[in-house]
Design a protein around this ligand. Structure first.
Ligand code: SIN
Length: 492
């Protein structure tokens, strides 16, 4: 039988409140008895067995959302805003338990999980506010007998698919603007990390969303659920965060119905340190941009380009800091690097290191599994890296920092742009002319200038090229869930 295991409940302050997460997604639905397992990547312990939903249950959830949509859209903006505010408060009130669930199922250090939950709450707060600020426009008509205007309306039912690396904040970042706009949603969280989404949905029910407005699908077969969301005509938009490969597939599946998509996909972020940079600040920024979430973020610095004049100083200071990062179970105090999500992630990082060494790269620190059992890997710094190496071309998604020496500032920008990706880039420099020049030349949706962290509910998050379509966060994130309707009144 499905259920939440004591190995999870012992981490919670209010276990009774979250003990029924196995039921959150199947209330009223026809569940056929199949289950799937969720385990702690640090210890391998079983955390939960969840009802495994398939195409039929996804259809039921979509039908329910379709019915609820009309009623939710007809409410006042203030009413939708108030419900989001209540959910925001409940998330804040239960931060400790949500963070513990997140660390247990995903592995990130507990302080990072706490910070992610507050980031999730910040999205709910932001869109509770934005719900009241949906404006249309009037247009000066070209003839006196006409009036022309534009109104904004919710797009309809939205299918959302969220990743395992930020299992709380991605849920909030996707569904809070949709709900603020007046859309009903169906969410499929990553099969590795469905529990914190379940806990957030349990709190959403307490916040008072009407039946059918928020729907959760626990499922191990993400492809089948994704296909149904893309092909079901009642779903008017898909919002997905994950790999570029899956993003392409979903886009193809949506093309038959010309369904709208928002896609937040892979990256290959350059992190450039120019000779005029503050090297200590650049080291701090690189630690954040590379090692947050053990390097498992799509905005993670993947290639560190450092100009010759500061290369050796940067490499020495950075390596010393990396050596001090402790690896282990995210519940232990002082841990900076948790486990990788699975063994495939270990295989990829090892392949990137082997390829680099074979082509002339040198290990400054790390380079091996971290020997705690589980999927831990030592934070690693490599130098003597060239653009031909795999790790400069593909996203590693792990705690591996390759340093590439460069001489020519124009050439480094060309190299940084020489990728199919365009999500995030970072650079450190002090010369204002250079700052503007580089910021304008980099082909990325988000640029961190003298900072290693830029994600914020107030800013538009998203990429260019094959890193995605659309933006999340800020007022722009709300527009993604609104249709523009032009009204032309004649005979006046
Ligand atoms: C990501 O989407 O991988 C990064 C999210 C964040 O920086 O908050």
């Amino acid at each position: 039988m499905p259920g939440i295991n004591s190995s999870l409940l012992r981490h919670l302050k209010q276990p009774e409140r979250f003990a029924a997460l196995d039921r959150v997604a199947r209330q009223g639905d026809r569940w056929d008895g199949r289950v799937f397992r969720v385990s702690n990547p640090s210890t391998g312990e079983l955390l939960a067995e969840l009802p495994d939903m398939g195409v039929e249950q996804t259809r039921i959830a979509i039908d329910r959302a379709h019915v609820a949509q009309a009623e939710w859209a007809a409410r006042t903006a203030r009413d939708r805003s108030d419900t989001l505010w209540r959910w925001h408060q409940l998330i804040l009130d239960h931060t400790d338990d949500l963070a513990a669930i997140l660390t247990a199922e995903m592995g990130k250090p507990l302080p990072e999980a706490v910070s992610e939950v507050s980031h999730a709450a910040a999205y709910l707060q932001w869109y509770a506010e934005e719900a009241n600020r949906i404006y249309g426009e009037t247009i000066s008509a070209p003839s006196t007998d006409r009036r022309m205007l534009v109104i904004k309306q919710p797009i309809g039912v939205v299918g959302t698919i969220t990743p395992w690396n930020f299992p709380a904040s991605m849920v909030a970042r996707k569904i809070s603007p949709a709900l603020a706009a007046g859309c009903a949603i169906v969410l499929k969280p990553a099969e590795q990390t469905p529990l914190v989404a379940g806990a957030m949905f349990a709190l959403a029910a307490e916040a008072g969303f009407p039946d059918g407005v928020v729907n959760l699908i626990y499922a191990s077969d993400g492809a089948a659920v994704g296909r149904e969301l893309c092909s079901n005509r009642k779903v008017r938009k898909i919002s997905f965060t994950g790999s570029t490969e899956v993003g392409r597939l979903l886009m193809r599946q949506c093309s038959d119905q010309v369904k709208k998509v928002s896609l937040e996909l892979g990256g290959n972020a350059p992190f450039i340190v120019f000779d005029d940079a503050d090297v200590d600040a650049a080291v701090d920024g690189a630690i954040q941009a590379k090692f947050r979430n053990a390097g498992q973020t799509c905005v993670s610095a993947n290639r560190l380009y450092v100009q010759s004049g500061v290369h050796d100083e940067f490499a020495a200071k950075f390596t010393a800091r990396v050596r001090s990062l402790s690896v282990g179970d995210g519940f232990e105090p002082g841990i900076a690097i948790g486990p990788l999500i699975d063994t495939q992630a270990l295989v990829k990082i090892e392949a990137h290191i082997a390829d680099a060494i074979q082509k002339g790269g040198a290990i400054c620190c790390g380079g091996r599994q971290a020997g705690h059992g589980g999927t831990f890997f030592e934070p690693t710094v490599l130098t003597d890296i060239t653009s031909e190496m795999l790790l400069a071309q593909e996203e590693t998604f792990g705690p591996l920092a390759p340093i590439i020496r460069f001489e020519d500032p124009d050439q480094v920008v060309r190299e940084a742009n020489d990728t199919i990706y365009g999500l995030a880039a970072y650079f450190y420099a002090s010369n204002l002319k250079r700052v503007w020049h580089v910021a304008e030349k980099l082909e990325y949706g988000m640029i961190g200038i003298n900072t290693g962290r830029m994600s914020s509910e107030a800013a538009p998050f998203g990429g260019m090229k094959q890193s995605g379509i659309g933006r999340e966060g800020s007022r722009h994130g709300l527009e993604e869930y609104l249709e523009m309707k032009y009204l032309c009144m004649g005979g006046l």
